[in-house]
Design a protein around this ligand. Structure first.
Ligand code: NAI
Length: 296
């Protein structure tokens, strides 16, 4: 099986940080994109953001003005799930919750064509479990992008127990045709990157709890001396503490409460407070209304 044809329709469900990035990349690659969210204001914000980014790319000479306008014109807001019936590929980027994702795919299964591919951008939930209640779990696959989607090359293509190899290969080839560097992986808790990253976050929280150093110091040390592009707390503020905490919980639960993956109570309190990171204007650090970091 080859990549999806550029003209074919891609539906993106959930227009938050990840969904808007996936829509931007898919439309730039030539697809008509249908963007749906249960919150219509979220879709409107995403569409405005995508338009701005294409304009900036055109200003920087990374695409022509005509290409930017054409790509923007390919992204459409849709008001109901029924409107994605003609999609060849549906990528889900809604909340990191097994029941919500299962419910969504159960509904989608009754809407899309028999040969449409269903993909989940889950960070950590078992792709096998997400697909298990479907009539045709073989067409459900993980298509795991990284944040920010337009800049991050890697896409983990995750096969659940029932995923058909040809479906995974189509998604792999499609990601490559969108300029990404895909990798095949099996559905294990946290897959590759989020599994290996857990100790990075966990040890940073332990250092903070033990008052070894404050968050800015830990971030600077990891960034400047450790060679990481971002420190752990800066990165969690970008990812969103709700998302990051859910991922840790899901890996912890999947490994039968292995203490190595114990979620941080400090992070749980940030989530309780609604200090989710850049997207809410406050996480470990404060952010301006344009989501840029403010001096601390
Ligand atoms: P977000 O909170 O920015 O956006 C989620 C969007 O989904 C919201 O706009 C919400 O209104 C919408 N939504 C919730 N339930 C819905 C439903 N049933 N139908 C349609 N829309 C619904 O979240 P974000 O960060 O974009 O994450 C989305 C997914 O991507 C999660 O599964 C997350 O684990 C995964 N992911 C997140 C990464 C990150 O760095 N934030 C990285 C890779 C994957």
């Amino acid at each position: 099986m080859a990549a999806l044809q550029p003209g074919s329709i891609v539906a993106v469900i959930g227009s938050g940080a990840m969904g808007s990035g996936i829509a931007q990349v898919a439309a730039a690659a030539g697809h008509t994109v249908k963007l749906y969210d249960t919150r219509p204001d979220a879709v409107a914000i995403a569409l405005a953001g995508i338009g701005n980014i294409y304009s900036k790319l055109a200003d920087k000479g990374k695409m022509t003005g005509a290409e930017a306008a054409a790509a923007r014109a390919r992204v459409h807001s849709v008001a109901s799930l029924a409107d994605v019936a003609d999609a060849a590929l549906v990528v889900e980027a809604v909340v990191e919750d097994l029941d919500v994702k299962r419910g969504l795919f159960a509904e989608l299964e009754g809407i899309v064509a028999h040969d449409a591919i269903l993909a989940t951008n889950t960070s950590s939930i078992s792709v096998t479990a997400i697909g298990a209640k479907l009539h045709r779990p073989e067409r459900l696959v993980g298509m795991h992008f990284f944040n920010p989607v337009p800049l991050m090359q890697l896409v983990e293509v995750i096969s659940g127990v029932a995923t058909e190899a040809a479906v995974a290969q189509t998604v792999y080839d499609t990601a490559a045709s969108w300029g990404k560097s895909p990798v095949h992986a099996k559905s294990t808790p946290g897959f590759i990157v989020n599994r290996v990253a857990r100790p990075f976050y966990a040890e940073a929280w332990r250092l903070l709890q033990e008052q070894a150093a404050d968050a800015p110091t830990i971030d600077v040390v990891l960034r400047e001396a450790g060679g990481f592009r971002m420190g752990p707390f800066e990165l969690m503020d970008l990812i969103g503490h709700d998302v990051n905490y859910s991922v840790t919980r899901s890996v912890f639960d999947a490994y039968y409460g292995d203490p190595r993956f114990t979620p941080s109570v400090l992070q749980q309190e940030l989530v309780n407070a609604g200090y989710l990171g850049r997207k809410t204007g406050r996480g470990l650090y404060p952010y301006g209304t344009d989501h840029t970091p403010q001096p601390v």
